[in-house]
Write a protein that binds this ligand. Structure first.
Ligand code: ADE
Length: 275
């Protein structure tokens, strides 16, 4: 997958050189490029914003600067193979020549970005993330690129307001990047995590030592009895989800809970919705 991030603070994206995403870049699984929006400004001060029409506080990012930047970035269909080599394995990121682009615009007024979104986007060949600052990007930018057939996704990473889209870009790249084949060493670790297919939060996890400062690891986890361990984990996942995210329990399909699950939930104080 190729990912381009455009920002007035390219250094904000430096953490993407670390950890699993950094390794994915080095091994060529992820072709990630960060661009400075000001490179597309035309005046001496490299201006990217102006005052809002209609009045109000703050500044809005200019559509002409963003238009030029995104036209150039989208038109650059090069893959790792022709990026010039700094010791990287070339071409593993996939052939992006002519591949459709998803333009991601992080904004607190977007649709909420979830694990389902990450799963869907992990199938894309190219993401271009446009990080707004100030009061956001002139609305005509999304409009123009949609009009030209680009899939534009305006997404929020949660109900709070950040100073710009950079942190959201980090979130999106990490959440999507770790789902690319080969990025997480053991793909099984993606199966049972929170927000996975079961629709529940993950159960609590433990490691050595078995006793620590008077706190013991639950006996069943030391038993080697796989069916009992699986049942215990599901029970804890149900309890935890009912306590912390009752909305996720309500969102489960009618067939997702059996009689035992309902018993566990009732004991945790959850009432099944009246039918
Ligand atoms: N930019 C500012 N706040 C944001 C949020 N919550 N999600 C995505 N982008 C943002």
């Amino acid at each position: 997958m190729r990912v381009d991030v455009v920002s007035i603070f390219p250094d904000y994206l430096a953490p993407l050189e670390l950890s699993l995403v950094g390794k994915a870049r080095q091994s060529g699984l992820l072709d990630l490029r960060v661009h400075d929006l000001r490179d597309w400004a035309t005046d001496r001060h490299r201006t990217v914003d102006d005052t809002p029409f209609g009045g109000g506080a703050g500044m809005v990012m200019r559509p002409d600067v963003w238009g030029r930047a995104l036209d150039d970035v989208i038109a650059d269909t090069g893959s790792d193979a022709d990026a010039g080599s700094d010791g990287e394995q070339a071409g593993v990121a996939g052939d992006v020549v002519g591949a459709p682009v998803r333009l991601v615009i992080p904004t607190p007024s977007g649709e909420v970005f979830t694990q389902r979104t990450a799963e869907a986007w992990a199938q894309d060949a190219r993401l271009v993330v446009a990080c707004g600052r100030y009061e956001g990007i002139d609305a005509r930018v999304a409009e123009r690129f949609r009009e030209r057939g680009v899939v534009v996704s305006e997404v929020s990473i949660g109900d709070y307001v950040l100073n710009g889209g950079e942190v959201a870009a980090l979130v999106v790249v990490e959440a999507v990047g770790r789902l690319l084949p080969g990025v997480v060493g053991n793909p099984e670790s993606l199966v049972e995590e929170s927000h996975g297919a079961a629709g529940l939060l993950e159960y609590p996890v433990y490691t050595k030592p078995p006793a620590w400062e008077g706190h013991e690891v639950p006996e069943v986890l030391l038993s080697g009895h796989h069916a009992k361990i699986a049942r215990w984990r599901r029970d804890r996942a149900l309890e935890r989800t009912a306590a912390r995210r009752p909305d996720l329990i309500e969102a489960l399909g009618a067939d997702a809970l059996d009689a035992h699950d309902r018993e566990v939930l009732r004991a945790a104080g959850w009432e099944p919705p009246a039918s």
